[in-house]
Write a protein that binds this ligand. Structure first.
Ligand SMILES: [Zn+2]
Length: 335
């Protein structure tokens, strides 16, 4: 299964290099990222949202929300919401926040998410663009609201809508919010994805915060008891010799240099989580994201729903992969 993924990523990368627009994107990506949108998608629809709006490498900084649950206030959602939103604050060409909802999600979830979006200090003044989506038919419609809109961006996004490929509900990818890395396509389709800074997932806390929402997500998903269900932890960075590292991984080497308080506390958490998996201090962001991947796998197993399921599943239920930031080529690792 993983070999097939590695093969597919390699092939897609070769195709991108032959496409003039996409190879130009790769050249820009090698210099850094300046995404114009922060997009927050339901976990189930994260990869499909990129295709729905025809978003390519570098276009969106990507956060995720538990499907069928509202975005929580940032203090209750440091990893899923606060971190990506605070990191996004540093980009120079921001146009807005895109929020998508599955058409079956109740109106109250949209309203509550909107209330909490505007309370995040690092999103102040950014237009919020809300869509309700029928993913099966590739139809999106704008949700009107009074929290600050950008009609031009709304129309531009609507003009790009196309039907996404089918969902692979057996694969969940944990990957960085970085606009240059997209969840890898699987032989079955577009995987579900959780996108956070460094692809980090916190330990289950047992309190009513983002981790209880995540446990509910794992419970619903893993209760399907599909033997082929798998979780891929994808660390990204300069794995092909030259190119950019994971920004969050890099920042976690010197978190006390970060001036934004919200962002600093998340990055310190990444550092603290990774350290127990480092026998010597990391000399690069690539070393750091590898140890962070081991921490993520350990944290995943603190979720009751994941732990229970892991005992019944194969050794490869949670697998770590490395992705090159620019080529998006995958490799396996023995960390
Ligand atoms: Zn990253």
């Amino acid at each position: 299964m993983t070999n097939k993924l590695v093969e597919m990523a390699e092939k897609l990368s070769e195709e991108r290099k032959k496409d003039p627009e996409l190879s130009a994107r790769m050249e820009v990506a090698a210099q850094g990222q300046a995404p114009r949108y922060l997009m927050i998608s339901p976990i189930r629809r994260s990869s499909q949202d990129l295709q729905l709006f025809n978003m390519k490498m570098g276009d969106v900084f990507h956060g995720t929300r538990v499907s069928n649950a509202p975005l929580l206030p940032h203090a209750q959602s440091p990893v899923l919401f606060a971190g990506p939103a605070s990191y996004n604050q540093g980009f120079p060409e921001k146009r807005g926040v895109i929020l998508t909802f599955d058409q079956s999600e109740p109106e109250s979830i949209i309203q509550e998410s909107l209330e909490n979006i505007v309370l995040h200090p690092d999103l102040e003044g950014l237009p919020i663009i809300v869509f309700r989506v029928n993913y099966e038919q590739g139809l999106a419609r704008i949700v009107a609201h009074g929290k600050g809109r950008n009609y031009e961006a709304e129309n531009w996004l609507l003009s790009r809508v196309e039907q996404p490929d089918p969902l692979d509900t057996n694969t969940l990818v944990l990957i960085c919010s970085d606009s240059r890395v997209h969840p890898p396509v699987t032989p079955q389709g577009l995987p579900m994805a959780i996108q956070t800074l460094g692809g980090y997932l916190p330990e289950y806390t047992g309190t009513k915060d983002e981790t209880s929402q995540l446990n509910k997500f794992f419970e619903d998903w893993l209760s399907q008891k599909e033997v082929t269900q798998q979780i891929l932890v994808v660390a990204h960075g300069n794995f092909e010799g030259e190119g950019p590292s994971c920004g969050a991984g890099q920042a976690s080497l010197n978190p006390h240099d970060i001036t934004n308080n919200l962002l600093r506390s998340i990055i310190i958490e990444l550092e603290n989580a990774a350290k127990p998996f480092e026998s010597v201090p990391p000399t690069s962001a690539e070393d750091r994201v590898k140890s962070l991947s081991s921490a993520i796998r350990k944290n995943l197993l603190t979720y009751p729903a994941v732990n229970e399921s892991a005992e019944l599943k194969s050794r490869d239920f949670i697998k770590i992969l490395l992705m090159d930031t620019v080529s998006n080529v995958l490799s396996t690792t023995e960390v």
